[in-house]
Write a protein that binds this ligand. Structure first.
Ligand SMILES: NC(=O)c1ccc[n+]([C@@H]2O[C@H](COP(=O)([O-])OP(=O)(O)OC[C@H]3O[C@@H](n4cnc5c(N)ncnc54)[C@H](OP(=O)(O)O)[C@@H]3O)[C@@H](O)[C@H]2O)c1
Length: 248
């Protein structure tokens, strides 16, 4: 039985993806969170103790500020704890528990099976298989979790900002907002698929940029405004903040 502690954004995203294939129990101290669970099959438990009794694996999905209190209650529990708590290092978790510990960093796309999930720690084949149902699993050394958080966790928001710029551009040129969004999104989906299948970034950029043509005109402006440098710095700053928060 998979026991989920915390049924907020992350806990519910995992349950949405896994409830058809896994037996799941859930405990959230705020019972009202469980009201948004129509169509999902799981057992709701009234207390953490009840959840611990039936679970072999726990998915810890509470905010960092609540995590230590929960861990203190898990001190004698035996099983596997999968923690998705941002910034909470394995060594720190192990100070509180005897259980096997896996640390993950997922993103919300796990609910549709398209998550990016970093894992480190004592990862069994069963845990790897379960996480694979939710997206692509990246085995990563713990020291790179802040970088992963910046790219996979915050990256979607940065991408949405880029998309917003494209939509604004379309509207500026007379397209409707809806149509500009649809066209931008489809173009980006196609571009990602090409890249995933066989492309290299370099090759694809030059394939689209004919000499003296339209694309290179736009790229010239991006280069002049140091677009890549800004994005690089944005990722570096985000990772730095992630590291800072984990030391608080
Ligand atoms: N959201 C993301 O995109 C994302 C991505 C990667 C990692 N994470 C990590 O995932 C964790 C959860 O994030 P979230 O966005 O899902 O947070 P959330 O939406 O606030 O969900 C956490 C839930 O846990 C409940 N809770 C708090 N203390 C509890 C306890 N002692 N026992 C049982 N339930 C308890 C909270 O209730 P109350 O609201 O009453 O406190 C809330 O319903 C965080 O540590 C975060 O760093 C999140």
């Amino acid at each position: 039985m998979l026991g989920v502690i915390g049924f907020g954004n992350m806990g519910s995203s995992f349950v949405k993806r896994l409830h058809k294939d896994y037996k799941i129990s859930v405990y959230d101290k705020d019972k009202s969170k469980l009201l948004n669970s129509e169509g999902l099959s799981f057992e709701a438990k009234d207390s953490l103790e009840e959840l611990l009794e039936v679970s072999e694996t726990l998915l810890l999905c509470v905010k960092p500020k609540d995590a230590l209190d929960v861990l203190k209650s898990l001190s004698s529990w035996q099983g596997t704890i999968i923690s998705c708590v941002a910034g909470l290092e394995i060594a720190k978790i192990q100070r509180f528990v005897k259980a096997r510990v896996v640390r993950i960093m997922p993103n919300l796309a796990v609910s549709v099976g398209l998550g990016s999930i970093a894992v480190c720690g004592d990862v069994s084949e069963d845990v790897r298989r379960m996480l694979s149902r939710c997206g692509e699993v990246f085995e990563l050394e713990e020291g790179l979790f802040d970088a992963f958080t910046a790219i996979a966790g915050s990256g979607p928001a940065f991408f949405y900002k880029f998309l917003q710029g494209m939509v604004l551009g379309g509207v500026y040129l007379g397209m409707s907002k809806e149509s500009a969004l649809k066209v931008s999104l489809q173009s980006i989906l196609g571009a990602c698929e090409l890249l995933k299948n066989n492309g290299s970034l370099e090759e694809l950029i030059f394939k689209v940029s004919s000499p003296g043509g339209t694309t290179i005109e736009g790229i010239k402006l991006l280069e002049e405004k140091a677009f890549c440098g800004i994005v690089l710095e944005c990722i570096a700053k985000t990772a730095q903040k992630s590291k800072l928060l984990s030391t608080l």
